[in-house]
Design a protein around this ligand. Structure first.
Ligand SMILES: *Cc1c(COP(=O)(O)O)cnc(C)c1O
Ligand SMILES: [Zn+2]
Length: 412
């Protein structure tokens, strides 16, 4: 074992060795780090140049061979045009779309597949809306471990093809991502599969991966912290993880405050927003029936890590907001044409919600805002293409070309 312990959320027992669930009661396992080498940890955070330099904050033992390919350490991009458009002091974008498979899920799977390999997994399985499945498939390919991926039938075909391209075995499930995860939970033990689903309840080894998003953002901005940090909520893991990352930085004295966390969802599937609006306790989040919308990556009927996400929102004085499909598409296009960043629909909920909260006066003119663009828009090209006008088309003829260009200039 390395410099961490697995501690049961239900009975408090500290595990000897690694496990996916509490050996005594079956409860969910949290990771704990002693934080006893403060100077060493601070210098690791200050000097990090790549994702795995954060290893002291990951549940990894010295025996572990890393399955890695340049995940993480994505750019924090200033977005002054968006700041002007929204009427705020500062906007920055953490662009996770630049990860090897196009989303932040590579962070989760670099650690999860490394761990599965160290534990001698003969196969891994994951229930996913598609992005975590693609990441699992890619990292499993590098590790030489067979990978089974269950995704909803409604998953965009690009994403299914991507998973297959990495050599994974895909099964389409007639249900939501929550149904995929529930279905796997009923068979993975008998099959001897290691479940690498990105939910703490099934896989405690991925939950710390997103802490590094906070570490990287803080380092890139000279240890400044945005007033508001917008993060999409699917299962809730990424928001919880980023907040825990900022808590680490705060405890170690590297940052002076915590960001207000804003969890964003689409109207057709917004269990956390519903609970926030009703002022409910984190344990009282209710499952959404018949999830709908275009942000397929966050269409979790029941957010398995919603409890810790909503707790982070409450603790940080944050907010939770839902946006419509039309608002998502508008934000996606605004980010593209203003800053040159093509965000997935799920990721565009952050921009759309920032605009909405500015209009409501929750976010104020003097505030700084950061949005986590969790995945690349290239992941769902058909969605973007469906909403774009048909381009002009001409013969190989300068006159026709000039007429077409004049028409475009007149339209601007
Ligand atoms: C998985 C995913 C999310 C949501 O992450 P959770 O940890 O499930 O909340 C958001 N955006 C994209 C692009 C994703 O793939
Ligand atoms: Zn227990």
């Amino acid at each position: 074992m390395g410099n961490y312990s697995l501690v049961c959320r239900s009975c408090g027992e500290r595990c000897e060795g690694d496990a996916y669930r509490c050996p005594s009661c079956g409860g969910i396992l949290n990771t704990e780090y002693p934080f006893d080498r403060r100077d060493a940890l601070c210098s690791a955070l200050r000097n990090a140049r790549q994702y795995w330099d954060y290893e002291p904050f990951f549940p990894i033992g010295r025996e572990c061979e890393k399955v890695t390919m340049g995940e993480g350490f994505t750019p924090l991009v200033p977005a002054p045009g968006i700041a002007r458009a929204f009427g705020i002091r500062q906007m920055s974008i953490k662009n996770e779309g630049l990860n090897p498979t196009g989303t932040f899920k590579d962070r989760c799977m670099s650690i999860s597949i490394s761990k599965a390999k160290a534990l001698g997994a003969s196969a891994v399985v994951i229930g996913s809306a598609g992005n975590a499945g693609a990441a699992a498939a890619a990292y499993a390919a590098r590790a030489g471990i067979p990978c089974y991926v269950m995704v909803p039938t409604s998953t965009p075909p690009e994403r299914v093809a991507q998973i297959q391209l990495y050599g994974a075995r895909v099964i389409l499930v007639r249900g939501s991502v929550t149904d995929c995860i529930d279905l796997i939970a009923r068979v993975y033990r008998e099959r001897g599969w290691h479940n690498v689903t990105t939910a703490s309840a099934y896989n405690p080894f991925q939950a710390d991966s997103e802490k590094a998003i906070a570490y990287e953002m803080a380092k890139a901005s000279g240890w400044e912290v945005p007033d508001w940090l917008f993060v999409p909520i699917g299962g809730g893991g990424i928001l919880s993880g980023i907040y825990r990352g900022y808590l680490d930085l705060f405890r170690l004295g590297l940052v002076k405050k915590l960001p207000r966390m804003v969890g964003t969802q689409e109207e057709g599937c917004c269990a956390v927003v519903n609970a926030f609006r009703a002022g409910r306790k984190p344990a009282q989040i209710e499952r959404v029936e018949n999830p709908a919308g275009i942000a397929v990556a966050i269409a979790d009927a029941y957010p398995l890590d919603g409890e810790t996400a909503l707790q982070a929102i409450y603790d940080s004085g944050g907010y939770s907001e839902s946006v419509s499909s039309a608002e998502i598409l508008e934000a996606q296009r605004l980010l593209g044409r203003t800053e040159g960043i093509f965000a997935e629909a799920a990721s565009s909920t952050t921009l759309a919600a920032a605009k909405k909260l500015r209009e409501k006066g929750v976010v104020q003119a003097g505030d700084s805002v950061a949005c986590v663009v969790t995945g690349s828009g290239l992941k769902d090209l058909q969605l973007a293409a469906r909403h774009m006008p048909r381009p002009a088309e001409v013969e190989i003829d300068p006159e026709q070309l000039n007429r077409a260009v004049d028409g475009m200039e007149a339209a601007v």
